[in-house]
Ligand binder design. Structure first.
Ligand code: C2E
Ligand code: CA
Ligand code: CA
Ligand code: CA
Length: 278
């Protein structure tokens, strides 16, 4: 009996050890990726429902791993958040996104607002200054940058977070609330956030139009956005039925595979040219 117990403990700690080794392997790899240029951004167009035109894009990070190929963010962002490395990843992403926006504008492409995801760990007192310096470095007007912030970010130390958001908004940079409805933000705080857009999470879009609860939640988010004079965008739109429901519900914008997957920079540029021609 004691032996079984001992075996169990040994097995468990070996398991933990493997988990830690895997984490350290990814962390070392990610540091290397940052200094070695293995990260890249894809751009997913955002469409205005009324006009059918591309009015923005979300920058989404990928890791071009020498052995594993293109690694999605779900496989390294959570770990980067746990270790704090996400701060460096975030600096790189903001820098790249602004550099790309400048290249597109210089190439004569109609300007669109480029959204960057910001995680809670990056949401510190130094963020507004960093955003401002980066915009200046690329000669980019603040109206072309948007930061997507998740509800969970807002829940740590709410007064401090509102202060940082106010500084960012004062720069003229747009803020949107990502994955809205999946966190625990109290509606009473919502009116105090200087945000422009609520983003309906894919976990709700997915059930439209068959799941009555998801439809009710989507409608509620749209109506909250309208009452608070915010715009509202639905992510993860994959079907014409979802689009039709969202259109009739008064949703402003959509993003999803129905229109486009996240694209490499060149492919996004091509999509923008067709957008103008359309
Ligand atoms: P998110 O911010 O909610 O981004 C939306 C995710 O949904 C993206 O996955 C996008 O490719 C995917 N998506 C868009 N339309 C559809 C659709 O119609 N169907 C389906 N099935 N998926 C769709 P991705 O690129 O794998 O990113 C996953 C998450 O990783 C993001 O979720 C975000 O939380 C995080 N992430 C991505 N890039 C960054 C970044 O630069 N910084 C930070 N901090 N997080 C990032
Ligand atoms: Ca996002
Ligand atoms: Ca989202
Ligand atoms: Ca989401």
């Amino acid at each position: 009996e004691g032996g079984a117990e001992g075996d169990h403990v040994a097995f468990y700690s070996q398991d933990m050890n493997q988990g830690m080794q895997e984490r350290m392997r990814i962390e070392t790899g990610l540091r290397h990726a940052l200094s070695n240029g293995e990260l890249l951004l894809h751009y997913q167009p955002k469409f205005e429902i009324a006009s059918g035109r591309i009015i923005g894009a979300e920058a989404l990070v990928r890791w071009r791993h020498p052995q594993r190929g293109l690694v999605p963010p779900a496989e390294f962002i959570p770990l980067a958040e746990a270790t704090g490395l996400v701060v460096q990843v975030g600096e790189w992403v903001l820098e790249q996104a602004c550099a790309q926006a400048q290249r597109w504008q210089q190439a004569g492409l109609a300007p669109v607002r480029l959204a960057v995801n910001v995680s809670a760990r990056e949401f510190t007192a130094s963020l507004p200054g960093r955003v401002q310096t980066t915009l200046q470095r690329y000669g980019l007007a603040p109206e072309w940058l948007e930061l997507e912030i998740t509800e969970s970010t807002l829940m740590n130390n709410i007064e401090r977070v509102i202060g940082i958001m106010d500084q960012i908004a004062a720069l003229g940079v747009t803020l949107s609330l990502d994955d809205f409805g999946t966190g625990y933000s109290s509606l009473s705080y919502l009116k105090r956030f200087p945000i422009d857009t609520l983003k309906i999470d894919r976990s709700f879009t997915i059930g439209i139009p068959d799941d009555a609860n998801d439809c009710a939640i989507a409608n509620t988010i749209i109506s909250i956005a309208q009452q608070l004079k915010h715009k509202v965008i639905a992510e993860g739109v994959e079907t014409a039925e979802q689009l039709e429901f969202l259109r009739q519900s008064g949703c402003d914008e959509v993003q999803g595979y129905l229109f486009s997957r996240p694209l490499e920079a060149d492919a996004f540029e091509l999509a923008m040219c067709k957008n103008l021609a359309a």
